[in-house]
Design a protein around this ligand. Structure first.
Ligand SMILES: CC(C)(COP(=O)(O)OP(=O)(O)OC[C@H]1O[C@@H](n2cnc3c(N)ncnc32)[C@H](O)[C@@H]1OP(=O)(O)O)[C@@H](O)C(=O)NCCC(=O)NCCS
Length: 144
């Protein structure tokens, strides 16, 4: 059974087995900042996914969310995102995502994120420039 829990220091060396773009040195840099927050999803065999972010005054920014290939499409990404938002996004949450990353865009849209802007040529993929979509979720209670 999958459990989502706050990340701890011992998890950092394990994250690159989930996503090789997140070696320990990179996560330690984020970890050392007071605004850092993160969660991991694990079962009895180990970590299956993680979400990393930064929180400033109730505004959360998602830096990365990844689920290992073999464990995708089982709700783990949504569970990580929901738990992160519940714990950290008091006012709202924002992120950027590469245009064309449909799995991630659908995940965010299902959680209520909307596209609020675009950064032209922000990402590079296979030598080509790709735009970043800026997405935002407002979690404030409006009282309406
Ligand atoms: C984006 C990402 C984190 C999503 O993780 P995930 O665990 O597959 O997400 P979920 O399982 O919650 O949702 C994915 C799909 O599975 C479906 N799903 C959820 N639970 C399910 C279940 N029990 N059985 C079958 N399908 C299910 C969802 O409805 C969703 O379908 P949709 O994409 O057609 O809307 C994952 O694709 C990933 O790691 N991508 C690479 C990294 C990346 O691009 N990160 C984003 C950077 S901005």
């Amino acid at each position: 059974m999958i459990k989502v829990r706050p990340i701890n220091r011992n998890d950092l060396p394990l994250l690159d087995s989930v996503d090789e773009d997140w070696p320990e040195a990179t996560t330690v840099q984020y970890w050392s900042q007071p605004a850092f927050a993160g969660m991991v999803a694990e079962d009895k065999d180990g970590i299956k996914g993680f979400i990393l972010g930064q929180i400033v005054s109730g505004e959360a920014e998602i830096i990365q969310i990844t689920v290992i290939n073999e464990a995708r499409n089982q709700g783990i990404g949504s569970a990580l995102l929901d738990e992160f938002l519940k714990n950290h996004a008091t006012l709202g949450c924002y992120l950027d995502v590469m245009e064309g990353n449909e799995e991630a865009i659908r995940l965010y849209q299902r959680a209520g994120f909307r596209v609020t802007g675009r950064r032209q040529g922000y990402y590079r993929l296979d030598g080509e420039r790709r735009d970043a979509l800026l997405m935002r979720l407002d979690t404030r209670e409006t009282g309406d």
